[in-house]
Design a protein around this ligand. Structure first.
Ligand code: AMP
Length: 282
């Protein structure tokens, strides 16, 4: 696997690939890779001739009080995992390479970022949209892969790509979970043993609300109450939001019809975790 740290070197390699007529899949990450990320790589291999990944902890998507400094980093470990999965190239740029100066451009998708995580992380999705746009412009993949765990992020990127006519297919990959249902996340590494046990409540709450939908509950407000009550039953978890939204528009689902996205965010100690579940065929 090639390790590349500059935009110019990625572009040069990309031109070679174009000349060879090979299809490219791209998996952008912030590193500290786990099985969830590797599923994206594997799906990429099914969809293209080569998979490239990036590891870049993007400062512009962290708020001033968020965990940028303490975000887990393990480039050597990431490199080994990606290599084992047959990744052809890893782009691991410095912050200066991506942001030689403060970007003057702001990419805002207000309709999609007013609720859910966007309501609690001002500027977060502007940072995500900017860095993903930059990475897609550099790598120019045929397919870019994103995890359903970060549903709102994937929705933002889908709309960004469509609105700007970027010639890339955005593929969403299902959430990889641990045995107790906890969605895999780089941040899980920061949980104490007790918090790790308690964190399973997020998935339990989602299952409980999904069960309520299947049993006929159609009120978004009542589904949110089910989520909140269930998360509230775990003393170590502090709920940030519980939501039932339209999976496409992300607008609150007053009355559930067709399909609904159930979503939660909660703190376990100082670690913020998110999860969601799509219920279809309602
Ligand atoms: P991150 O490194 O957390 O920015 O994530 C990089 C990509 O991996 C994003 O598209 C995430 O949605 C995706 N991802 C993270 N965790 C999981 C998971 N448990 N299952 C599937 N995809 C995931």
């Amino acid at each position: 696997m090639l390790l590349i740290t500059t935009i110019a070197a990625v572009r040069a390699r990309r031109e070679e690939l174009a000349r060879a007529g090979r299809r490219l899949a791209f998996v952008p990450t912030m590193g500290a890779l786990h099985e969830g990320h590797l599923r994206l790589v594997r799906r990429g291999r099914e969809l293209a001739d080569e998979v490239w990944a990036s590891v870049f902890v993007n400062p512009t998507q962290f708020g001033p009080t968020e965990d940028l400094a303490s975000y887990p980093r393990d480039l050597e470990g990431d490199r080994a995992l990606l290599d084992r999965e047959g990744t052809a190239l890893l782009f691991a740029p410095s912050t200066r390479e991506i942001y030689p100066r403060t970007a003057a451009t702001v990419i805002d998708l207000p309709q999609l970022t007013r609720g859910l995580c966007g309501a609690h992380r001002p500027g977060h999705f502007q940072g995500v949209a900017l860095v993903v746009a930059k990475l897609l412009n550099t790598v120019q993949p045929h397919v870019a892969l994103f995890g359903a765990k970060d549903w709102q992020q994937a929705a933002v990127i889908r709309h960004l790509v469509e609105d700007l006519d970027m010639p890339v297919h955005v593929e969403m990959v299902p959430t990889a979970r641990d045995n107790d249902g906890l969605a895999l996340s780089s941040r899980n590494a920061r949980l104490s043993r007790e918090q790790r046990r308690a964190a399973a409540v997020l998935h339990r709450a989602l299952q409980c609300a999904a069960q309520a939908v299947r049993a006929g509950e159609r009120s978004g407000a009542r589904l949110e109450a089910v989520l909140a009550t269930e998360v509230g039953s775990e003393p170590l978890a502090r709920l940030q939001y519980a939501a039932a939204v339209d999976p496409e528009t992300l607008r609150p689902a007053e009355t559930v019809t067709g399909s609904v996205l159930l979503a939660v965010a909660a703190y376990l100690g100082s670690t913020r975790l998110i999860d969601n579940l799509l219920v279809e065929g309602v």
